[in-house]
Design a protein around this ligand. Structure first.
Ligand code: HEM
Length: 504
């Protein structure tokens, strides 16, 4: 298909979004700029600058690929909600399987993860819910939903076990690399709840599985930046072997006959996702797909959010004092909180919401157009017209951009203020930490439970948290932390924290 006929097709569909300027052939200069901004950890700042256009949507042409970047809630809604293909709307009778489409309209959505994403992330995401579309995605969702949708009473017991360990770690008055500790904590909880066996990472310095996952995250993020070509670059074979070894080992354990069938712990394990899938004779391959979905989705977003919460609290002692007062008036400092009690704690809830607004761990999300289609806004000189989108175009949605947009949130959009939630409630498509639409996060309730429980318990024990430098000295400067973007958006530098009890 020639460049001219592509332009003609796009023109018939709608207008064009303003292009980010480039001068080198194939937009190599633009590609280099994006990589440079990523490496300097100011990619988000760059995207904010280029999105300051009417319609808040821009076109980036690099390496022969067209990317539309947007933080417009209207465009994000069009991509994420169940939008039936224009071809179906025009001529339903001609589309075979239309009856199925009515029952299951997602299969006809215009946007999805796409094959390049699937290929590049295969060694980490396998054929899991994260990397698939259509029927396989749907099937994955059905296998996962029952296990992730709600928190069970036993989940609190398991979480408490690992929180106690973490509190012991934090009780030594020394600075700790908080992301490292949170990541261990969440990995231990998630493996314990969903696989029936904790990975036990809080107890050891050796972290082969976490290191392997991190290596694949970094490498695949670089591969995805060069689009389809990224799939031709080699995979991280060693890291992949370490990961597979771990998964096989845990599955083998779950398949072995249980020794003590009557204890509460044995009953809990028997109900874990892994054991249920094993008992249902789901194939090893499909079990691994589900385990990776849980590991990837369950671990990083929760640990990253918790680190951002603690980072903000360390910079805002007044909020810590108010949280302490709230704990004191709810359950107090010795008993364990009940789930319903934590829901009544408005400051605790608002601290989590405000962190997810300012620092959503999934700050950007990418989709590919599966057919010629449109976005509702951002086209033409006024930015109010429809945009024509050709099949194969990548759409990068900046959730962090939407959630920090002054036009939507107000002049204080970049200030961490949990109290804003007492009188402010954003419309559905302007607050997207868990996504919206059919691909909304399946573990959001479980994630919320872990975060509120951990924060409650940590601040039941500690009254102060200090941000400290490499020399162990307290940092009082309110310097903004840069954001590192891989598949997630996390602090660019280690967040070193020291916890203190009252009087220490
Ligand atoms: C603070 C914590 C969390 C945040 C902010 C979060 C956010 C998200 C987001 C933004 C997506 C959509 C990704 C995309 O489509 O590109 C997603 C999907 C998903 N999340 Fe979460 N998540 C969190 C925790 C969890 C936990 C704890 C679990 C499970 C134990 C989980 C399970 C999933 C699954 C299975 C999907 C895939 C849904 C699909 O594609 O249909 N998440 N999450």
């Amino acid at each position: 298909m020639s460049w001219n006929s592509s332009r003609l097709r796009a023109k018939k569909l709608g207008g064009r979004a303003p292009a980010v300027p480039y001068w080198a052939p194939l937009g190599i200069d633009l590609f280099a700029k994006a990589i440079n901004r990523l490496l300097k950890d100011d990619f988000f700042e760059w995207t904010r600058q280029i999105l300051e256009v009417p319609g808040r949507t821009v076109r980036l042409n690099t390496l022969g690929v067209e990317i539309l970047m947007t933080d417009s809630p209207e465009n994000t809604k069009a991509v994420l909600s169940t939008k039936v293909s224009t071809s179906i709307l025009v001529s339903p009778a001609k589309v075979s399987g239309f009856a199925d489409a009515l029952v299951n309209p997602q299969q006809f959505a215009d946007f999805g993860k796409g094959e390049a994403f699937h290929k590049i992330w295969y060694d980490l995401m396998f054929d899991s819910v994260f990397a698939t579309d259509g029927a396989i995605w749907h099937d994955n969702k059905n296998l996962l939903r029952d296990h992730t949708a709600k928190s069970r009473t036993t989940d609190y017991t398991v979480t408490e076990r690992h929180v106690s360990t973490l509190i012991r770690v934090f009780s030594d008055s020394r600075p700790h690399d908080c992301l490292d500790q949170m990541d261990r904590f969440v990995f231990d909880v998630v493996s314990d709840v969903f696989f029936g066996e904790s990975a036990g990472t809080l107890f050891t310095e050796l972290q082969p599985v976490r290191n392997a996952v991190e290596e694949m995250f970094l490498w695949n993020t670089q591969r995805i930046l060069i689009g389809k070509l990224g799939a031709l670059l080699p995979r991280s074979k060693k890291a992949s072997a370490v990961l597979n070894q771990y998964l096989d080992h845990v599955i083998d354990q779950a398949m072995a006959p249980a020794e003590d069938l009557d204890s509460d712990e044995a009953k809990r394990k028997a109900k874990s996702m892994l054991r249920v899938l094993v008992n249902d004779n789901v194939s090893r391959k499909r079990i691994k797909d589900q385990m990776m979905a849980i590991l990837l989705s369950g671990k990083d977003p929760v640990s990253i959010t918790l680190v951002w919460v603690l980072y903000e609290l360390a910079r805002n002692p007044d909020i810590v004092a108010a949280l302490h007062a709230e704990i004191s008036s709810t359950v107090g400092f010795s008993a364990k909180p009940f789930p319903a009690q934590m829901k009544t704690m408005s400051l605790l809830q608002n601290i989590i919401k405000e962190t997810l607004r300012m620092q959503p761990p999934v700050g950007f999300s990418i989709r590919t157009a599966f057919s010629d289609t449109t976005l509702p806004t951002g086209g033409g000189a006024t930015g109010k017209g429809r945009i024509g989108v050709l099949k194969g175009t990548h759409i990068v949605m900046s959730y962090i951009g939407t959630q920090r947009c002054k036009d939507l949130v107000g002049p204080t959009a970049n200030i961490f203020d949990p109290w804003r939630w007492e009188k402010w409630s954003p419309p559905l498509w302007e607050f997207l930490p868990f996504n919206q639409g059919p691909r909304i996060c399946l573990g959001r309730n479980f994630a919320w439970m872990q975060m509120e429980y951990l924060l409650y318990r940590v601040f039941q024990v500690f009254s102060h948290v200090d941000l400290v430098g490499e020399d162990g000295e307290r940092i009082v400067a309110r310097e903004e932390m840069k954001i590192k973007i891989t598949l997630n958006t996390k602090p660019a530098k280690p967040v070193m924290l020291r916890f203190r009890k009252a009087g220490e």
